[in-house]
Ligand binder design. Structure first.
Ligand code: SF4
Length: 193
């Protein structure tokens, strides 16, 4: 998995580099967290989900318990189609997993105030983001994509984590969960490795 995480970081790094000049025109600043609050699905892939999960597991127990609870509450709210902020958004409006935040958070910024209509990006940034997303999905060939708390919970499906970490692929094991949470199967998008 470590080699895959490294490749993922290279994709992040490449995107950051290309987006940097475009983002210099953005209005976003510290504490601006509209993108993290009730703006629809925060889609990540399983590789990103596993890294977040491992990070959570490395935390002291009280923090770990708090984070798990937030993820569980977000999952429940989303299943009930209620509005929910990202479970990793702290009370002070900063990101609790900033260093390992997923691609969806790295590619977003806004050239105009986004309070009413949502973020406005350069067209080039949109296509760079889509390219990086596809690259990650190909890297995560035996994985899935979907809302952040749904993907993190996927690792609790019996047998899934061990199979995934060993590079295995068997969508029949997680079919019910995947369908109920509208998870996308990467292999059905990008074919076999
Ligand atoms: S992971 Fe961090 S940056 Fe991304 S939506 Fe959640 S709080 Fe915001």
């Amino acid at each position: 998995m470590e080699a895959l995480f490294e490749s993922m970081d290279q994709v992040y790094g490449g995107l950051d580099q290309r987006l940097s000049p475009l983002m210099s025109e953005a209005l976003c600043g510290p504490g601006c967290s509209l993108c993290c609050t009730g703006r629809g699905s925060i889609d990540i892939n399983t590789l990103e989900g596993l890294r977040i999960l491992r990070y959570m597991e490395s935390l002291p127990q009280d923090m770990r318990v708090r984070m798990r609870k937030a993820v569980g509450e977000d999952k429940k709210k989303r299943e009930q189609e209620r509005k929910a902020s990202c479970p990793f958004l702290r009370k002070n409006r900063t990101c609790a997993i900033y260093a390992i935040r997923p691609l969806v958070c790295r590619r977003l910024y806004s050239l105009e105030p986004c309070i009413e209509k949502g973020p406005v990006l350069h067209k080039e940034a949109v296509s760079l983001g889509v390219g990086a997303r596809d690259e990650l999905q190909r890297l995560d060939w035996n994985g899935y994509s979907g809302h952040i708390s749904y993907v993190i919970h996927l690792f609790e499906e019996p047998g899934f984590r061990a199979l995934y970490e060993s590079g295995g692929f068997d969508p029949s094991r997680v079919m019910n969960y995947g369908r109920a949470h509208k998870l996308v199967i990467h292999r059905s998008l990008h074919g076999k490795k």
